[in-house]
Design a protein around this ligand. Structure first.
Ligand code: FE2
Length: 425
């Protein structure tokens, strides 16, 4: 009889299988079957509830997170005031405060079963304080959280002095991915030129690309087309992501019918950020107000990898959030009207397996041979997990429990009624 480090009994899996036992040894999944015959140093009874691979956030800003109110609150709530406010805060930043806020956010993430994050880091401040801080954080959290960093020219690659040289210096220091923000350059032509320069830089260095792309309501903002073009030209298929792409919400339908197949052919992934898109876009509209989120179901139907990102938590752009990717997916499925059963499951994938592919995570998944990174949820399936934004009963990293939360129990004191409400029919 095999002796395991950890055995999780009676799990439901996201693919619909139930009654599964997961055997873990030396940090990896070594067995996955019903009625596994084995002894283990430690065991967990999942009681038929869902065990999933961890949540993954494909789009975040860890240098700005938890800075809400510094140096003041965003009064208009707009993207542009947020960028201006971040500009006011930047000169006051210290490395110690950046590290402390990022580590605190990583604590929140772990508690919510979020164990991999791609974070953009602003490189426009020539001191590269935030780069140094987040490189330090990346190493410190490595045992429990995979942090991937994107060199992000927040103030524009061509618009901000020294941005290109700063971006190269950030990559030299070990930042993982090439970022960009073409719609924030001064002209469409400069935006296109920035996409070309950044894709060529990524190709030279063998790096992935993830650009803030067309984050506006302008239907003529078409940098995603340029991004797909250079991806194909340079052979970067499968390595490039367009983040936000909110302009696609407002584009002409005929143009989109040409654009989506191009994105698919170029194997460019798309990350929508529903909490932020729904609050920041449509700000110049009266009524009806646009939702602003990109065309998620249409992109998914074409075979494009589409993930949902959190983008912001308590920062100059967004005052709410807690690192809960189920909240992100819950908003995403509402905004995209993805309420069918398969569509809701696709929204769960958009905060788990799909962003894992986009980040290129190795050993991710609930399969024999994968690293034993798992989350036990107080839910029976992905749809119930979304509906209830389920409690993370246990969060496991490489076979070790690193966070737990007591089950949510609602007690009732009502004549002739049950003692608890369990929110299930
Ligand atoms: Fe962003």
């Amino acid at each position: 009889m095999a002796m395991l480090d950890l055995l999780i009994r009676n799990c439901a899996l996201a693919d619909g299988r139930s009654g599964m036992d997961i055997g873990i040894q030396s940090g990896h999944i070594v067995a996955l079957q019903p009625a596994l015959v084995a002894d283990a140093a430690e065991s967990i009874d999942a009681a038929g509830q869902l065990v999933t691979a961890p949540f993954v956030d494909a789009h975040f800003h860890m240098d700005a997170t938890l800075s809400y109110g510094l140096p003041r609150v965003n009064r208009s709530g707009t993207l542009l005031e947020g960028i201006a406010l971040w500009g006011e805060l930047k000169p006051q930043l210290t490395q110690e405060a950046l590290v402390e806020r990022a580590l605190t956010y990583c604590d929140w993430a772990v508690a919510k079963g979020l164990l991999a994050i791609r974070s953009h880091v602003d490189i426009c401040d020539s001191r590269l304080l935030a780069v140094d801080a987040l490189l330090h954080v990346r190493e410190q959290v490595k045992p429990y959280l995979d942090l991937q960093l994107v060199a992000f020219p927040q103030d524009g690659l061509l618009r901000a002095p020294d941005a290109l040289s700063n971006l190269k210096r950030a990559l030299d220091k070990g930042v993982d991915v090439v970022g960009g923000i073409p719609h924030f350059e001064r002209t469409m032509a400069d935006g296109s030129e920035s996409v070309r320069l950044l894709c060529e830089l990524a190709a030279e260095r063998g790096l992935m690309v993830d650009m803030h792309c067309d984050e506006s309501d302008d239907p003529m903002s078409r940098h995603i087309e340029t991004l797909a073009f250079h991806t194909q030209r340079l052979g970067l298929q499968g390595l490039v992501t367009g983040s936000h792409v909110t302009s696609m919400h407002s584009m002409d339908n005929y143009y989109v019918s040409k654009l989506i197949p191009l994105i698919r052919e170029a194997e460019v992934a798309v990350v929508a950020n529903p909490l932020i898109n729904i609050t920041l876009q449509g700000r110049h509209d009266t009524y009806p107000k646009r939702r602003g989120m990109t065309r998620v179901p249409e992109l998914m139907a074409a075979g494009v990898n589409v993930a949902f990102g959190h983008d912001c938590v308590m920062d100059p752009w967004y005052s709410l959030g807690s690192g809960d990717m189920l909240e992100v997916a819950h908003m995403g499925l509402h905004v995209a009207q993805m309420t069918g059963q398969d569509a809701m499951r696709a929204c769960f994938d958009a905060v788990t397996s799909t962003p894992a592919k986009i980040l290129g995570l190795q050993d991710y998944g609930v399969t024999v041979g994968c690293r034993a990174d798992l989350v036990l949820l107080q839910a029976r399936d992905p749809i119930e997990a979304l509906r209830l934004r389920a409690t993370r009963l246990a969060v496991i990293r490489a076979g070790h429990i690193i966070a737990s939360t007591a089950p949510a129990v609602a007690r009732l004191i009502l004549p002739g009624r049950p003692a608890q409400a369990n929110f299930r029919i």
